[in-house]
Design a protein around this ligand. Sequence first.
Ligand SMILES: [Zn+2]
Length: 489
Amino acid sequence: MTATTTSGLDEETGPTALSIGRRVRSLRRAQGLTVAELGERIGRAASQVSVIENGRRELKIVELRSLAQALGTTLDDLLDPAPPSRRDALEIALAQALSGPLAQTLALPELTPRKGMPDEAIETILTLHDALVSLHERRASTPEEARRANTALRATQRERGNHYPELETVASGLLGAIDHRGGPLSHSAATELAHHLGLSLHYVHDLPVTTRSVTDARHGRIYLPIRQDGADRRVPLLQALAAHALDHREPTDYADLLRQRVEVNYLAGALMMPERSAVELLSAAKGNRELSVEDLRDAFAVSYEQAAHRFTNLATEHLDLPVHFLKVSASGVLTKAYENDAVKFPQDALGHVEGQRVCRRWSARQVFERDDRYGIYHQYTDKPNGTYWCTSSVQSDPSGDYSVSVGTQYQHSKWFRGRDTTTRQASTCPDLGCCKEPREGLAGRWDESARPSARINSSLLAATPSGSATGIDRVAVYEFLEAHSPGDA
Ligand SMILES: [Zn+2]
């Protein structure tokens, strides 16, 4: 337990100026001395003794010795951190609570407990303080809250086959307004879309690091980063336009944040791959039994991941195909997932799938073990609840390699390019004998002598700063807007 999380009533801590002061006061009173009399003995004014007794000054060792002598006690006794009485314990705890981080955020007026203040009053304040601190701690335990919200969101996506007609309508309305006739949406068309929405674009070097864009709704400006590192410049722009078109405000909690993110990404995808022309292309491909994510990617000049994601929006609604989608890190950990084809993602006791390790026999992991890991990979996998066909591709971003996979049940694989693959794997996960335990003999040989050094994920210990579900630094954003504002003419 740390000193910042409780009022400190039951804690073992070293002596503080206040604990020493309270021992001085207790000893002085026991001897029937006034502050003035004690002051005389140590050559100080009465007011100085009060300052010491209230713990408002750190004492030097010579001063401590002189006090101990004046009170007929030892230095050790003065330095004993144990409060001399229950009342002193309460007052010390109150002082600690009122100088702690919670009280500082509340800007409370200074409170010095007077003699007439009952113990119960102090106890009540301490109890309320501790309850508030623990409430904040629970709020700050964001990973669990985020995971819960994400699992709930995935269930609603599954129910609607990951298709959002209202967002498709918004997308086709916007594209109609700039007379876009299908095919890839160029960066200049995206810019035209911004102007249609009454927004001007400003590319800057000093975008706050906690943001991917900042919209100044009052002046109709969108600020975007200049540096792109070869990334698709349309994406942050379209995401900002989508948030503006959907009138997204700062999210109030994780559920809100994730819903907004899904809507923004969906709308940005629907703008880059308009429903009508994408469905035309996919339907023709299905007719030729040549369905593929890579053709969608190439036709609309988007990333493989964007194409795979967009494919899941349209496959069930327009092609009558149940599908699954997963994004898996090079270490095998699932970071994004969607399914309505009953594929069983690994999950924890609470039903969360993100952060779980995917079966090593699955296409999403086998693709990493191939020589040609950046090509398109196809595989059949016999799973406990049936055979699935999957297509996987390894992608890279600054944080490393990851695989993006799309798959479906065996009976629907006949519509896809790559159905003729002879690669087949068997997975019996979550059965431990599948891939989660070392092969026979290996454990016996290595149990005692393997000493791997873990690479710790720094985000493991740092939750999102409290007070905001997004982690956005509002101070930085306001200062940024102030610096770039054209003024309020
Ligand atoms: Zn397995």
